[in-house]
Design a protein around this ligand. Structure first.
Ligand SMILES: [Zn+2]
Length: 384
């Protein structure tokens, strides 16, 4: 780990616009990975999970039905549903949640000692780095991330930007592209709030069926700009049906982002559709299969991991091993080992051995788990 005092030389970019950038030059972080504990040499990452949530709050306020609608969630109806919704998640009601009950506590990953224990399982299984993709609006916790990173010995890379419509902070839709850009750049180069703890990636950014309009469009444009100005990568949340990836790349590229710095998340839903995936990879984007190990739910059909594995084999054979990353998107208590799930170590303990049985070599696994994350998390030279 490299101490904060050795952050590389500061360069003043020409054509600086915006209040923040007029006051402070943007540091050139090229060649470094930014973790919550400071910059780290890229060779120190090891096996990397590119899209997890160590801390997250995906609850919705009971008195704001418009947020539930925006999130596509049904509120609990009836006495039994209300009781299950409000009680703490315990092992004896996990099966009810699998069968369709909703439980508020399930959407909260907030217990620091519990989360430290859970991520230690990934370290024990051979892991080195976790990207915490919790962005603004869903309870990003820079200081707690720093503490669990230090306790676990893992590198933790924090996200910035904004998540999805149900969780946008109040008044976000009044913000301009310039003001959103400034906040992202500040998170990446100065730190979040007064903490001095810096984000190392832009996202996860929620995207919908209509990325060309409204605040979602402004967030994407600001993220494209911020990626250009800082050299950070962008990680995207996409929904099952939207299939707007090409259009989103167009929006980011129009603001100067490099498509090879963009990660298309939740792509498990695209498994098997090489006709759709290949042109995106040809543009340089990286595909992220990050829903691996999710516990079964009758209300939501997760993609089947054998289909994801088949797609990884096919993409590897076609020469795209350098465009694939993996993760588990742990974002609910029922995914944790202490609630009967596979936690943060499903990929290390189960999926990588399975991929090997399908013919993926050790060198290809190193490419997917180490080299590709390293390329993406290492800042490139900023462009004005
Ligand atoms: Zn997501």
């Amino acid at each position: 780990m490299i101490s904060n005092s050795r952050v590389v030389a500061v360069v003043v970019l020409p054509c600086i616009v915006g209040a923040l950038r007029a006051q402070q030059p943007i540091p050139n972080l090229a060649g470094r990975v930014m973790t919550v504990s400071g910059p780290v040499a890229p060779d120190r990452l090891g096996h990397t999970l590119m899209h997890e949530h160590i801390f997250v709050d995906l609850t919705l306020p009971d008195d704001q039905p418009e947020r539930w609608a925006a999130a596509g969630r049904q509120r609990p109806a009836g006495a039994t549903a209300a009781r299950l919704y409000h009680q703490p998640l315990t092992l004896d009601i996990v099966s009810s949640v699998m069968l369709g009950a909703i439980n508020r506590d399930n959407w909260l990953l907030t217990d620091e000692s519990e989360q430290a224990r859970e991520i230690a399982e990934f370290k024990r299984a051979g892991g080195g780095t976790i990207v915490d993709a919790t962005s603004m609006g869903i309870d990003r916790r820079p200081e707690a991330l720093q503490r669990v990173a230090q306790a676990s010995g893992l590198n933790v890379v924090m996200g910035t930007g904004w998540y999805a419509a149900g969780w946008y902070p109040k008044d976000l839709d009044r913000r301009t592209v310039e003001s959103l850009t400034d906040e992202i750049v500040r998170d990446l180069t100065v730190g979040v709030g007064g903490t001095g703890i810096r984000a190392g990636i832009i996202g996860e950014l929620g995207t919908s069926a209509n990325p060309g309009a409204g605040i979602e469009n402004r967030i994407l444009r600001a993220s494209g700009r911020a990626s250009r100005l800082t050299g950070a990568a962008i990680t995207l949340h996409s929904t099952e049906a939207a299939r707007q990836h090409a259009r989103i790349l167009d929006i980011l590229v129009a603001e100067g982002a490099d498509p090879s710095r963009v990660i298309l998340g939740h792509a498990d839903y695209l498994a098997g559709d090489l006709t759709y995936i290949t042109p995106l990879l040809e543009r340089g984007a990286t595909i992220e299969f990050d829903l691996l190990g999710k516990p079964p739910l009758v209300t939501r059909k997760w993609p089947i991991d054998s289909e994801v594995a088949k797609t990884i084999v096919a993409l590897t054979k076609a020469g795209y091993a350098d465009r694939i990353v993996l993760s588990q998107d742990v974002s609910a208590k029922m995914s944790l080992k202490s609630y009967g799930g596979t936690g943060y170590s499903f990929i290390e303990e189960q999926f990588l051995p399975y991929l090997k049985r399908q013919g993926i070599t050790d060198a290809q696994i190193a490419r997917i788990m180490v080299e590709n994350p390293k390329r993406l998390l290492t800042f490139v030279a900023p462009r004005s």
